[in-house]
Design a protein around this ligand. Structure first.
Ligand SMILES: [Zn+2]
Length: 245
């Protein structure tokens, strides 16, 4: 039996069981708190050193949370290990799919990642741990060691475009996959949300696992409202049983 290519699009809802709140979604913390939203809005961040100082303090605190992958992240990695081709397209920046065992090359991080910093001027990158060590040592807004430019986390802020290479790969996967599972995403943040529509237009079987209705529910062959932590492992082990080695 030919193996299907399974694309899993994950949003904030897959990581809430790991204790990570939904920051970015339409009802996320950032949208409800304009002051917090400034911290992750590129124009404010670049213009205001005080915003940057507060952002670095927030990154310091977030590191302390050190979230662990949950049953849903592990289920995706187990499907991949069963021999079924899997690609993850994630709106999350927490790296929990990889920590659960998904090979990094099979995870596309649409909104970047929080494990690295990037220079806004020369695009140098490094580990967030290194930048935070400088903050701990007293630099409130550590500049780039290469060029003196402003550093930020390697996440996509409001007002920034998605990486066109990452987005292009995500589109190709959405067109090529036979099964597309959107999990924990309200499918309201573009362009990531549109990938579900692209997949359905190209003949993929669309499954949506989300507590709330999404704009793509009518296109889906299956809509699951049960909690992700139990629903996703069930769905994916059925796929592994059918198509795995
Ligand atoms: Zn630089």
């Amino acid at each position: 039996m030919a193996k299907p290519l399974v694309a899993v699009l994950s949003g904030a809802g897959i990581s809430t069981d790991s204790g990570i709140p939904d920051y970015r979604g339409p009802n996320g913390l950032w949208r409800r708190d304009p002051e917090a939203e400034k911290l992750v809005t590129y124009a404010y961040y670049m213009a205001d050193p005080e915003i940057r100082r507060r952002s670095w303090q927030l990154r310091r605190k977030n590191r302390a949370l050190s979230a662990e992958p949950n049953a849903a992240h592990r289920a995706v990695a187990e499907l991949e290990r069963s021999g079924v081709p899997v690609r993850v397209l994630t709106q999350n920046v927490d790296g929990l799919h990889q920590r659960a065992g998904m090979p990094a090359r099979k995870v596309l991080e649409l909104h970047g990642n929080a494990r690295e910093f990037v220079c806004t001027k020369c695009h140098a990158r490094g580990s967030m741990e290194d930048a935070l060590a400088r903050v701990e040592a007293g630099e409130e807004d550590p500049p780039c060691l290469e060029c003196g430019g402003i550093l930020k986390s390697a996440t996509v802020m409001f007002g920034q475009s998605l990486d066109p290479v990452v987005l292009g790969e995500a589109l190709s996967i959405s067109k090529a996959c036979t099964v597309f599972i959107a999990v924990g995403s309200t499918l309201q943040v573009q362009p990531a949300a549109g990938l579900a529509g692209v997949a359905a237009d190209h003949g993929a079987r669309l499954t949506i696992v989300n507590a709330e209705p999404t704009p793509y529910d009518d296109l889906a062959e299956e809509v699951v409202r049960e909690p992700i932590g139990t629903a996703l492992p069930g769905l994916l082990s059925a796929l592994a049983g059918r198509y795995g080695d």
